[in-house]
Write a protein of this length. Structure first.
Length: 359
């Protein structure tokens, strides 16, 4: 067991993100008082992650209902959501009860969404078990499902009652999934905390391992970046958009890949695209783009995509949530930790940036 770090997310409904090893005992304490039934949503493929969670909640006196869902992104559908709403009805989940989501970001997004929509909102506590979900998806109250038209097109903002990052879950995560999570950590470096970049650059190989000397610091730094942003702007009225750095192209790629590419891998490619856009728009020099490519490559993340995919990706990007009417909008950089917006860019600029990341 290590000392737990508590990172408070401010706002109208403040909550804690608890980070540490051997911290599962803190889970019942994250629920608001008065909860009888707890619906634990988890991927069917991860019973070893959900079992201790269910036991901790049962030991605390709750009636626990374990609800398995498909693995990963396959769970973020309206059909799976409908099955869960049905189960909540069968088990009598009321407004004083709770949903707990255990798993990667796909599972925590789904759990947040069904909790937000059931009875117009019951509390949700998230237990992320991937790096990506700990440093990003489980924090901030954004939830959602995919539709045939695109990624995360249906969802709400519901801050969780608490988030528990049990670091002991990470060693079983496949290396490629851990590395995918690093993309969101590195994103935090480019938009807000350059020390993240310095730590990864100092020893990229160590950064790819949960037992690396700086891994916990990287996790906590990225959670703080996210907590600071969402605590100031839950509903993405302005500031929160910076967390979407690299995501405009990333979501288009994920859709083109039928969600078979990891989110973090798509975000890595999307960040190089956003960096190229920033350079071609005269905001940053080639050094920042080179640094982006170098750091992502050093941990094994992709930085290029198929040349012939541009027309389809361009079309998919028209449904990005940051757009306003026909105006495409991007998060770009004016420098490291200096995020900005690019509004209604010329088509030639968008295409020129894509040529730079094409293979
Ligand atoms: N809501 C947000 O703010 C937000 C932020 C970032 C990403 N997301 C979403 O998160 C999702 C990506 O999350 P992800 O990268 O965690 O992927 P994921 O949820 O698909 O999980 C990746 C894989 O790891 C497995 N897994 C989970 N924990 C494990 C463990 N400890 N050991 C072994 N295997 C484990 C899962 O079963 C899955 O197969 C995307 O849907 C993305 O849109 C949401
Ligand atoms: O929390 C946010 O806000 C983000 O943009 C974080 C992203 O890493 C995340 O992938 C998010 O789900 C994207 O949201 P979307 O609104 O573009 O679907
Ligand atoms: Zn993301």
């Amino acid at each position: 067991m290590t000392t737990a770090t508590r990172i408070t997310v401010r706002g109208d409904n403040p909550y804690d993100v608890v980070v540490g090893t051997g911290v599962l005992g803190e889970l019942p304490g994250l629920l608001k008082p008065g909860v009888r039934t707890v619906a634990v949503i988890h991927p069917a493929s991860l019973p070893e992650m959900s079992r201790p969670v269910c036991e901790a909640l049962s030991d605390a006196g709750h009636d626990v209902v374990a609800l398995p869902v498909p693995d990963g992104e396959q769970a973020k559908t309206v059909e799976v959501a409908a099955q869960l709403w049905s189960a909540f009805g069968r088990y009598g989940v009321t407004r004083s009860d709770a949903v707990v989501g255990v798993g990667g970001g796909a599972t925590t997004d789904l759990a947040g969404f069904v909790a937000a929509t059931w009875l117009r909102g019951v509390q949700v506590v998230l237990v992320p078990t991937t790096l990506l979900a700990m440093v990003d998806a489980a924090v901030g109250g954004k939830n959602g499902i995919d539709t045939p038209e695109g990624k995360n097109l249906v969802g709400t903002f519901l801050p969780p009652a608490g988030v528990l990052c049990e670091l002991a879950t990470l060693p079983t995560l496949p290396r490629a999934d851990y590395v995918a999570g690093l993309a969101e950590v590195i994103k935090g470096g480019f938009i807000a905390d350059p020390e993240i970049l310095a730590l990864v650059e100092a020893d990229p190989d160590a950064a790819t391992r949960p037992d690396g000397p700086h891994s916990r610091e990287l996790i906590e730094r990225k959670i703080r970046v996210k907590a600071d942003v969402v605590g100031a702007d839950l509903r993405e009225a302005g500031l929160r958009e910076i967390l979407n750095y690299g995501h405009t192209l990333a979501h288009a790629i994920e859709r083109a890949e039928h969600y078979q590419m990891r989110h973090g891998e798509a975000v890595a490619i999307g960040m190089v695209y956003a960096a190229e856009l920033s350079r071609l728009d005269g905001r940053v020099g080639a050094d920042l783009v080179q640094r982006t490519r170098a750091i992502l490559t050093s941990v094994g993340l992709p930085t290029t995509y198929h040349a012939d995919a541009w027309p389809r990706l361009r079309d998919h990007m028209r449904l990005d949530k940051k757009n306003r009417g026909a105006k495409q909008r991007f998060v770009v950089l004016d420098g490291v930790a200096r995020p900005s917006r690019l509004e209604d860019p010329a088509e030639e600029l968008l295409e020129a940036a894509y040529r730079e990341i094409s293979r």
